[in-house]
Design a protein around this ligand. Sequence first.
Ligand code: KIV
Ligand code: ZN
Length: 541
Amino acid sequence: MSDPAAISPPASVTPIRIFDTTLRDGEQAPGCSLTIDEKRVVARALGRLHVDIIEAGFPAASTGDWDAVRTIADEAHSWDRAPVLCGLARCNARDIDAAASALRGAPRWRIHTFLATSDVHLQYKLQMTREQVLRRVDEMVRLAASHTADVEFSPEDASRSDPAFLHEVLHVAIAAGATTLNIPDTVGYAVPEEYGAMIGRIVREVVGARDVVVSTHCHDDLGLAVANSLAGVRAGARQVECTINGLGERAGNASLEEVVMALRTRRAAYGADTGIVTEEIGRVSRLVARTTGVRVPPNKAIVGANAFAHEAGIHQDGILKHRATYEIMSAETVGLEGARLVLGKHSGRHALRVHLAERGHVLEENDFEQVFERFKAVADRKKVVDDRELEAIVAAAGEYSATGWHLELVQVSTGTHAIPTATVRLARGDGHQVTAAAHGDGPVDAVCRAIDDCVQLPTALVEFTVDAAAEGINAVGGVTVRLRDIVPDGEAAQVASGFGVHTDIITAAAEAYVAAVNALMRARARASRRVESPALAEATA
Ligand code: KIV
Ligand code: ZN
């Protein structure tokens, strides 16, 4: 459908940089931790979306983070179009050096350093005076600038800071070499008029602010993150920090897809737009939901399952007469429609490989073989395989190849007059096999209990969701399972998720459960290694 902005384009459209922090602020959300391989896949998808900057992680936080940032930075050379790769660092030399050492291999890279400026943070968290903060910002931004010309500085909790002090800190950061000033509403406290006014004052009053990029970074505690970000753009911000599906700690961050589509759909009103390839939005949203296990609610703007569904009769009638009556943008614009896979059960490896590559999936041999096998099994049962089903199969491939347990067999007996009973056989890479049988309240419950008996890992089920990957009674089913481990009082429990896909929903559930168990074991191992790693120590020595 036609874009209203195209009818009356503004005289000049200001480009807005999209800084994606799904892999840093998003991944910080409880239970969202991703493996390096998952991060690589998400980073590549963000590259295809044409985000301008990817914040790939917080290198000093752990060996896993440092390795992930380094791997993505090194790989970015082989992408068609590499965005700026960024790493977060507290305002101290160890963090800044860790970020530099992880990012150095990237085609273009940025260090993002931050220090709180609100009195409540200074007094209770940092125990620093304002003078000490000013000195630290000066020294650490200079250190970051000695590594790279692209330095971003964030005054954490900016929206609750004394404006005069905030301006002073920002001025020091610019003088020390910061090229982007990011203004976080860390606790999601601001409202749009206030946030916009704060950005406007910074742009107008801080000496040197017009020569750098001012950026928004808004959290959604009051449901205002997108509105605040847009108010920031209207007031002169030229970069928006956001995450796919609005992922992030607590209520999350500003949602990338909402910011981007608000600017695209109302380009005339804002006189601004981004370079995002909006047709990739649906795909990357599904990928992030699957890899993190955080589902997208059906009524979520832009990417929810109902975002383009018209139920009311009066709306349907209007849509049939003219789509513009009730639609302000089309599902195709955000990649939620179309694209049927034309491969069928006679298609071979080559055709599948080419098809996957065209969609940006370059798989390692093992993963490709698993995808091919699963694709054939689905194609044997169905005539047409939807692109979204293939995506689900690809998403699950990484889970199957993960180290840990592997589902060898699942068998279920159930019915209206039977006690649901399941038998499962699991195997480990070292050849060790275990079989167990269990009863349950239903067939899925019986399968999960049998798996619990095999792996002997105390866990609690946090979430179990089933989705059809596409429409139709024979669509491939995707199951997401989130588990929390049960630990003694005082120890931090880990949460991890697994994804399974199959035309048989019980098998998909069993695969998802096993994948979640494996992810939980990896998360536990990572947590116990969170002490200083040799790789990180060497890098920052
Ligand atoms: O919300 C926040 O303040 C942050 C900073 C580290 C930029 O995420
Ligand atoms: Zn944040």
